[in-house]
Design a protein around this ligand. Structure first.
Ligand code: C5P
Length: 230
């Protein structure tokens, strides 16, 4: 399985199909809220029929019973990976796993947790969310909760991956967005890292959107990035 997950941040099925036509081999893609809310879950079927692997990034966060039911239905789509917010707590994360096992035909999708969003600053976490201390300590605590609930890993910043691996063990997956090539513009991302640095930090998967989708030759850029992660 490839290490690069391409974020399909498009708003129509046509754009997605046009983009994916460039790839003859199956790749790993991320379908998030933007695309799902524009096209419905039908888009998952379309991308799957084209042969690609899917990380369905809908970040569930609700009472355990509702998350269990939601995950049961998402697992039926045959996606490879999905996620929840760790802030929902251990019981909710366990319920997510149970739901996935109930709905999956065959192997359950991987389930990972969003720790603190990388857009959350220390000030916002302390003053708005009422969580004291440093962001990294909360991120590691949430990762440990995800592990205790039986989840497979977390979404985190490249800069947090090593601390998470140290606390949760090497087999606990880290999936990291905020990736840019040295030659790219940073766009709205605050703390970026190159694919090579992500690899050095032990990240298992990198999520890359605009560096690939807005590149002059997306397939070439994808190959370059995937080679850096090998
Ligand atoms: O275009 P870019 O590479 O910045 O896209 C990154 C993708 O990863 C987007 O789909 C974005 O929503 C997602 N993401 C992120 N930071 C997080 C969680 C998800 O950039 N903390």
């Amino acid at each position: 399985m490839s290490k690069t997950i391409v974020a399909l941040d498009f708003s129509s099925k046509e754009e997605v199909v046009d983009f994916l036509k460039q790839f003859d081999e199956p790749i790993y893609v991320k379908i998030g809220m933007e695309l799902t809310y524009a096209c419905g879950l039908e888009i998952v079927k379309t991308v799957k029929e084209m042969g690609h692997n899917i990380f369905l990034d809908l970040k569930l966060h609700d009472i355990p019973n509702t998350v269990k039911g939601g995950m049961k239905n998402l697992a039926k789509l045959g996606v490879n990976m999905t996620n929840v917010h760790a802030a929902g707590g251990i019981a909710m994360m366990k319920a997510a796993k149970e739901g996935l096992a109930l709905g999956a035909q065959g192997q359950s999708p991987l389930c990972i947790a969003v720790t603190q969003l990388t857009s959350t600053s220390k000030e916002a976490m302390n003053e708005e969310l009422g969580i004291e201390g440093e962001v990294i300590d909360c991120v590691v605590k949430y990762a440990l909760n995800a592990k205790a609930a039986g989840l497979d890993g977390v979404v985190c910043s490249v800069h947090e991956a090593a601390a998470i691996k140290k606390a949760c063990g090497p087999g606990f997956l880290t999936v990291t967005p905020g990736i840019r090539l040295a030659s790219d513009s940073v766009d709205d991302q605050k703390r970026v890292a190159t694919p090579s640095y992500a690899k050095e930090q032990g990240c298992d998967y990198i999520v890359v959107g605009r560096s690939i989708t807005k590149s002059k030759n997306p397939k070439e850029t994808y190959d370059l990035i995937e080679n850096m992660m090998k």
